[in-house]
Structure formats: C-alpha cells, structure tokens
Design a binder for this molecule. Structure first.
Ligand code: SF4
Length: 164
C-alpha cells in the first residue's frame, strides 16, 4: 500500500540484526502476539526491546514451555516471517528460540499430526470415553472412524458386503 502511494523511505532508523530469528521479515504488525494471547491463551510471545530494536519474540530469547506449538502465529503472519519445522516427533519453533514441542503420532496411519499438550487440552470438553478413543488418531483417521461408527449404528453393525 505504501508503494502504491509513493512512499519508498521511512524516517525511522532500521536496525539490521544479522542473526534475526525472523529473518528481517517482521514488520511489527503484531497479529502473532495478539492471536497467541487472545485466541490461544498462551501469551508465549510479545514485543520486546524498544524503538528500532523492537521485535516480536519470546522474552529473553529463551525456549518457552508456554508455547503450545499450534502454529497459529505463523498462519496469521502477513509476511511469512515465523519459521517452524517438524522433524519426526518434534516441532521446532525456529523463530521462537528453537522451542521444541512433542508431536502425537496417529495410531491409525502413523503420521505425526499435532502437539500432544494442545491435543490433550482440546479434548477435555469431550466425553472421556470418546476422547480417549479419538485422542491418538489424526483428523483424517478420526473422520474415518466416526463415519464407520455412524454407518455401523445405522446398519445395526452390518457392513455393506454383509447386507448385499
Ligand atoms: S505456536 Fe506458540 S507462539 Fe505461536 S500462537 Fe501457538 S502458542 Fe503462541
């Protein structure tokens, strides 16, 4: 938008940080900080430092166990500044001091599909029996399981082949 209106320079000093964990892409828009606090309730990141040195990050640039590894901050970032990498059973929040989050493996298909602690938190509102049964399944396997259960319930447990 600035370019469209002919704004090509800023009067503010820009500090170049060579080991910037956000790769110089952060424009301090702040959606990551807001979504982490207001939607996820984690408050794992914030604006730190002052003036041209202001950055969005974790206080003291240390690993933060409050981060749930939900990736919501990365999804709302308009410049794609937040780098996250999944390696086996671990999600590494590269931009957030390398905070490491354990991922849950699906007992249906074997993929690692989501942060364990977030999963446990999100299933607390379900009936404990159902939550326990679905907890270890990825969304795709969970949908399949629910569909199969619904078909079984409607057909009295008979499969398509058994009825035809
Ligand atoms: S991944 Fe971590 S820092 Fe990002 S929104 Fe989720 S809890 Fe907050």
């Amino acid at each position: 938008m600035a370019a469209r209106y002919g704004v090509t320079r800023t009067p503010f000093l820009k500090t170049i940080v060579h080991d910037d964990p956000l790769g110089g892409k952060c424009i301090l828009y702040g959606l990551c900080v807001r979504v982490c606090d207001e939607i996820m309730g984690a408050s794992a990141i914030n604006f730190i430092n002052r003036g041209p040195s202001t950055v969005a990050n974790i206080l003291f640039f240390e690993e933060n166990p409050d981060c749930q590894g939900c990736r919501t901050c990365a999804k709302v970032c308009p410049t794609g500044a937040i780098v996250i990498e999944d390696l086996g059973d671990t999600r590494i929040m590269k931009s957030w001091s390398g905070t490491r989050i354990k991922l849950q493996q699906c007992t249906g298909c074997g993929i690692y599909f989501g942060p364990r602690k977030l999963l446990e938190k999100s299933l607390t509102h379900l009936d404990p029996g159902i939550a326990e049964e679905l907890r270890l399944l990825c969304p795709a396997c969970r949908s399949k399981r629910i569909a199969v259960d619904e078909i079984r319930a409607k057909t009295g447990g008979l499969s398509h082949h058994a009825r035809s």
